[in-house]
Design a protein around this ligand. Sequence first.
Ligand code: T1G
Length: 682
Amino acid sequence: MSQVGTTEVIDGIGILTIDYPPVNALSAHTRKALDEGFRQFAADDSVKAIVLICAGRTFIAGADISEFGKPSSGPNLQEVFDIIEGGSKPVVAAIHGTALGGGYELALICHYRIAVPSAKVGLPEVALGLLPGAGGTQRLPRIVGIPAALDLITGGAPVGARKALELGMIDALADEGKLREDAIAFARKLVAEGGPLLRVRDRQDKVEPYRGQSELYADYLKKNARAFRGFKAPFNIVKAIEAAAELPFDQGMARERELFGELMTSTESAAQRYYFFAEREGAKVPDLARDTAALPVKAVGVIGAGTMGGGIAMNFLNAGIPVTLVEMNQAALDRGLGVIRKNYENSAAKGRMTTEQVEQRMALITPALELDALKDADLVIEAVFEEMGIKKDVFARLDAVAKPGAILASNTSFLDLDDIASATARPESVVGLHFFSPANVMRLLEIVRGARTSDAVLATGLRIAKTIAKVPVVSRVGPGFIANRVMSPRSRAATELVLEGPSPQDIDKALYDYGFAMGPFAMSDLVGLDVIGRGSNERTLQGDLVKLGRLGQKQNGGFYDYDDKRQSSPSPVAAQVIADFAKFKGVENKGPQSAEQIVARLLFPVVNEGARVLEEGIAIRASDIDVACILGYNWPVYTGGPMFWADTVGLPKIVEGLKAMGIEPARLLAEKAAAGGTFTRG
Ligand code: T1G
């Protein structure tokens, strides 16, 4: 192990540098280095003040999540914190990169915090189903007050250094690139000024005004009920912050430890910690050498300025990459440009960007009506109508104008990429980049690896994902790739089940209570039944409703009736249509079912399809399927996704349930169930 902690003393200032790549996580090695370094400085009379700084890309980015659930070794965090906070010498945390979670809690233990403007600080534990377990819920309120602490800790978002200075989360800004010098100067100034050492734990002025206001917390939870629904951590965070206002510090710490312990042992936190790593695994392709050189992408072309094409283009504009946007006619092009501008102006109206930034991004667009405008593009993404003939024609013409080595990508959501690639003379340069609508918002990017896609092109797709802040999942060619394919059984099962007795509202409520934002029937009404049923020649339940002019929320209701405020209510008309369709299909009404039965009926087949996608080699690993469903379909993250959830339920129970439904379990699922195996538990 390289030297994790190095100490030096310059003119009475002790400097402890932590170097534990990649993010200086508070691992056993780091805790040991901190323990040794601070003990050394405490015993050294020549040291009058201490600077804690990190090497590499960032200050300490938190506890080492990979150590959770494993036997702890070395000094524990509290022992380290006690040495620092109990010391008689001022300690200055010098922050660059991101001081997050336990890293920022460590900074709060120090007497002062100085950061470069590009640094960010925060307590993101809520994203792991946890709460700041090293005093963050007790110290941060003492700096920013109760209301701000509630938002900062239940939200978990990092705070930029300038905003952090305003809030008091840091005490000073250093010059970019001069953190070490400025931190030493800051420490020297403290020594020169002398004066009492003020510890964050001793501050009361920010919490006293809120003492006894129990309604504040109830109101906060009520206001955020929708966002917190199904999660555990936000509720425990609010209780811990209330303790910061109501209890003496040490009792507040005891309360924090108790509330942290409840979360650490919860399935929700296990799921969310699993998901943290799952998002990062997606970029790792076993048979692709990690040092495979990605190709340069300095200019991008997008064909199609519709909803998808416009959203795709915005991702690159946001990353400062110029885009040539091609449409068939001026009207469509103007419409597309108008939508992009409108999106940016809406963001500016919400203060998310400046009007200058809107213009900067719009200036990066080169509108065009001919494909030969793409001749200098390094990457061209096609987002035209989902019809193979049209796609192959576009790719053949694109192949003729694109420069040698340019990457030709399709945004197709289910067509055979290899067939599209066959229309070109460069199948090794063809890849699928499947965005999810709205493409400028949804973080999931399915990278479809064709039979001939080269390693360099795949590596470029992975790097592009990081550049445009997307989470990549690599898929082989197959109908619906991963997310759409794995989730399709859910809507099929819902349409079957609603004929057997459970009402649309029974089914929707069961899935809503499971954690989805809305159930399949409410979703169909929202999207529009004419859209859902499009392209189907046979008689369908949705088609019968459309024939009555019931298109969903937008027209006359659908599975539900809607009032003028779009509040839904059960529809007797829809109930009759369902009964008539059941009769037509010869399906017997077996009466209502329990929520657990409904969830099993809709979601066990999703797990089964996930197992098939794995055994066919379409997805590399089970966690990629979970990432695709969580990001692509809002599968509740605190269940870990279909495959993690299946392991929680128990694979034998899934197999038994599928058989009871008359569904053949996938071979891989049956084998794992029989062998006591899991998809995601190692
Ligand atoms: N523990 C272990 N590994 C970590 C890690 C962590 N905290 N953070 C990152 N990694 C790994 C990550 O898996 C990846 O590994 C590599 O570092 C680069 O990460 C007591 C209980 C810091 C903003 O939640 O938000 O403190 O894939 O790809 O995009 O109250 O990592 O290369 O093998 O994300 O530049 C709280 C989590 C922990 C911060 C950098 N802290 N990390 O982003 O790189 S709980 C967090 C991040 C806690 C205390 C509680 C980001 C980052 P590999 P990356 P990045």
